[in-house]
Design a protein around this ligand. Sequence first.
Ligand SMILES: *Cc1c(COP(=O)(O)O)cnc(C)c1O
Length: 325
Amino acid sequence: MHLQDFYLARRRIAPMIRRTPLVAAPDLSARVGAEVRCKLETLQQTGSFKVRGAANALLQLSPEERKTGVLAFSTGNHGRAISWVGHQLGIPARICLSRRVPAYRVEAMRKLGGIVVQEGESQDEALEVADRLQREEGLPLVSPFDDERVIAGQGTIGLELAEDWPELEAVLIPLSGGGLTSGIALVLKALQPSLRVIGVSLEVSAPMHASLQAGQPVEIEEVDSLGDALLGGIGLDNRYTFAVCRDLVDEVVLVSEEDLARGMAYAFHEHRLVVEGAGIAGLSALLSGKYDPRGQPTAVLLSGSNVDTAALARIALAHPADSFA
Ligand SMILES: *Cc1c(COP(=O)(O)O)cnc(C)c1O
C-alpha cells in the first residue's frame, strides 16, 4: 500500500466521518515527563474508529454489491460500524451473530440500521452461517482488520495526527487484529521513518504479540477481558496485518485488567471522558509506567467509547479521583 491509498481513502470517507480532536493531557504529561496528547476516536461516529475502515470498504463496492449488500461477523464495534455505514449508504448490511450475544448488543446494531442474522450457539457457528451466506448468495464479507480497504480507512487517523502535531515522535495504539496499527504505522512511517509505533495489547490475551514472537500467525486461547474489543485472533490465514506489524511496530506493551480499569477511571475523573476498556489501553500503558516515553512527544489513541455505563460507574467509584493524587 502507498500513501496515496490513504489520501484517497480520506477523501472518500470525509463526508461520513468526524475529524477527531487531538487534546492536551497536562496532568498525564507531568506524570510521565513527556508531552502527551490524546486523539479522541471516542467521539467518532458509532463510538469507535472502526467506522473509518467500514466506510472506506463499503464506498468501494460495485453497484451490484451495493444492491445485494454485505456481511460482517462481529459482536462489537465493527458490527456497529458496518451497520451504520450500510444504513447511511442504503446498502443492506447483514451482521451474523450467535444466539448467545447479549440482547443489548443486538439491539445496538439494529438501532444503527444493521440486519441482524442470529443463528448458531457459538461464535464459530455464527461464522459458519456467514461463510454459507458468502458462498451461496455471493455476499462480500468485510473483515474487521485484514482488508486493505479497512487498513486504508483506519490509516486516515495517521494523516490527521501528522498534520495536527508535526513534532510527534511516538504513538501508542490499542492492538488486536492490527488493522488500526497497520494503517497508522504505514502512514506515519512513510512520512517520518524515525517515529516510534507502539502497539498495546492485553496481558490476558495478545494474539498479535504471540504471533510476532513465533514469527508466524498463531492461535491462542480466548478469555474474558475488560478490553473485550481487543479479543479475537489474527487469523492463521492472515494476509496483511501480521506482515505490516512485523515490519513496522517498534514495540508491543501488554497491560493488565487493573491497568485498564485505572486508565478508564483516570480518563473519566481527569478528562471527563468515557473510554471503553480496549480504547484506554494506550493511556493505561503510560499511566501504569509500563511504557516510558523517554521525553518524546507522544500521542495516545483513545479508540472507542462503547462501554456499559453501569460498569464504567463501578470502575470510577472503585478508583476515586483522589486515588490518583
Ligand atoms: C477493533 C478495536 C481495536 C483494535 O483494532 P485492530 O484493528 O483489531 O487492531 C481497538 N480499540 C477498539 C475500541 C476497537 O473496537
